[in-house]
Design a protein around this ligand. Structure first.
Ligand SMILES: C[S@@+](CC[C@H](N)C(=O)[O-])C[C@H]1O[C@@H](n2cnc3c(N)ncnc32)[C@H](O)[C@@H]1O
Length: 280
């Protein structure tokens, strides 16, 4: 899938963060996001909304977003790099309300759109609070320069965190490996890497959830869909190990979002950290 085809999903999720009432999300809700959100509802998502064991797209996204917020809170980062930040409200929140250095990266057209939205819609007082702490840069994370760029960017940080939310599932396995290896190398054992990944285990209810997610991505990306899921959680563990991380574990939904802990979802937010002994 080309990068331009992934972009509409950023409008969809930005609208979801707004519907869910996350701080500062109202500034990033677009007409395009609203249209995509309601056309997915009309196309059949309501089946999941009324079915108790299948997560709705909104519940699934809420769980994902809250798990990352929770893990970020625990990490107490002094610098964050968010990969494929799209129109997410997180960078503005952490820079303006928490005083954390936050660098959002994405492809050029999306970075341009975000800068424009911030200039046009975010109140001056809020922009002033984020000041130089919130930055945006166009970086293609699948490109050969990403690893060195990230190493330079994280230089000097004590507790850096790298986030990839709703991004890696669109990449093929070799791009996913390239991103994780670059992040492990640049972190060098400090801080951690937070990202969501899907696996194909968990029984019929989870399979139904996976189908729904794929249908949503299919609709929003106009038929291009997501890449393959990992076969199992163990396969996700070895993916991080191969990349050079010493540890990885899924974030516990019970702590991050107790009201969604019973949700049967094929996707989890993972935290990878440390540096494996074999990393050069
Ligand atoms: C599903 S959106 C997620 C946006 C945001 N993280 C969220 O959860 O609201 C995926 C984002 O990844 C970006 N993206 C896709 N390929 C990329 C690449 N190679 N390098 C950097 N960003 C990329 C897209 O432009 C898009 O903004």
């Amino acid at each position: 899938m080309s990068h331009a085809e992934i972009a509409p999903t950023a409008h969809y999720t930005a609208y979801a963060w707004h519907r869910l009432g996350f701080p500062h999300a109202e500034h990033f809700a677009t007409a395009r996001g609203r249209r995509l959100f309601w056309s997915f509802r009309a196309a059949g998502e309501w089946l999941a909304v009324v079915h108790p064991t299948v997560p709705s797209m909104l519940q699934y996204l809420e769980l994902r977003h809250r798990c990352i917020e929770h893990a970020l809170d625990e990490a107490q980062p002094d610098r964050v790099v968010e990969i494929g930040a799209g129109l997410s409200r997180r960078g503005l929140t952490w820079a303006a309300d928490r005083g954390v250095d936050y660098l959002e990266i994405d492809l050029p057209h999306m970075v341009e759109a975000k800068r424009q939205i911030i200039a046009d819609r975010v109140p001056a007082e809020l922009r002033a609070r984020a000041r130089e702490r919130l930055r945006h840069e166009a970086v293609d994370v699948t490109g050969p320069g990403f690893e060195d760029w990230l190493e330079r960017t994280l230089h000097g940080a004590k507790r850096p965190v790298v986030i990839a939310e709703g991004v890696l599932g669109y990449f093929d396995l070799s791009d996913r490996e390239h991103v994780a290896r670059s992040v492990a190398r640049a972190l060098g054992g400090r801080g951690g890497f937070l990202c969501d990944l899907r696996s194909r285990e968990g029984g019929p209810a989870v399979a139904a959830g996976a189908k729904l997610l794929r249908a949503g991505i299919w609709l929003v990306t106009r038929g291009r869909g997501a890449r393959e899921d990992f076969p199992s959680r163990a396969a996700i563990g070895s993916y991080f190990e191969r990349a050079g991380f010493a540890r990885s574990e899924p974030i516990a939904a019970e702590q991050a979002a107790p009201h969604l802990a019973g949700l049967r979802t094929p996707a989890r937010v993972w935290r990878a950290s440390g540096r494996s002994a074999s990393t050069p």
